[in-house]
Design a protein around this ligand. Structure first.
Ligand code: 5GP
Ligand code: MG
Ligand code: MG
Length: 197
């Protein structure tokens, strides 16, 4: 019989409670930025954004985030592959699933599980720009700033929303995998060394 998931984890970095609290804070920030004030003196809010999850890693974060945003948003996915099954990035990412929603003239929020070298986001921001998005924000559940190789910039009036800063560990759970496993862990942790084999 397969060992229970929890027995593969050496250390939990963020538990379910911490994650859900932070995700609802991010959703409130996005709702405020795109929902605007009810005050008639303030400028009208921007139209509701399109939230684009980067498959597969962002699926749980996206699902939790959008359920906490009280605006008529659209949801779509892209997929960019660079990792293979190891823990080291295999270089320039390739777009392997494109958008269904037309983002021309729209505000887009790219929803990522984790920003590491920055290559995936910089490639996806350029792609959305080429499709005519009027702004591209990034909402990343985790950020590993010490690992950055490519500096990316949100497009136009876009912002960078981030959940937590992640130390330089390879993490799994809450959508993030090692060799396509562990995505279904409801928290984020570090694997026991023997599980990387
Ligand atoms: P980047 O292009 O920024 O180097 O990498 C982005 C992608 O690499 C992330 O969206 C994620 O899928 C994967 N990645 C980077 N760091 C980690 C990590 O610590 N754990 C896991 N499971 N995936 C990671
Ligand atoms: Mg990802
Ligand atoms: Mg992966």
């Amino acid at each position: 019989m397969a060992l229970k998931l929890q027995s593969h984890i050496e250390r939990v970095l963020w538990d379910q409670h911490q994650i859900s609290r932070r995700v609802s804070e991010l959703a409130s920030q996005i709702s405020a930025d795109f929902g605007g004030a009810a005050n008639s003196d303030s400028p009208p809010p921007p139209p509701p954004p399109v939230l684009v999850g980067v498959a597969t890693g962002a699926f749980l974060f996206l699902a939790d985030l959008v359920r906490n945003i009280d605006l008529p948003i659209s949801v779509d996915f892209v997929r960019a592959d660079s990792y293979g099954s190891g823990t080291i990035s295999a270089g320039a990412p390739k777009l392997s699933l494109d958008l269904k929603v037309d983002v021309k003239g729209k505000h887009v929020i790219l929803v990522e599980d984790i920003v590491d070298t920055g290559r995936t986001l910089s490639c996806l921001i350029a792609h959305l720009e080429s499709k005519g998005a009027s702004s591209v924000s990034v909402c990343a559940f985790l950020d590993k700033p010490t690992r950055r190789k490519v500096h990316f910039q949100p497009l136009g009036q876009g912002k960078f929303y981030k959940g937590f800063e992640c130390p330089d560990y390879f993490v799994v759970g809450y959508g993030m995998d090692f060799a396509e496993l562990y995505r279904n862990l409801p928290y984020v942790g570090v694997l026991k060394p023997e599980c990387y084999k």
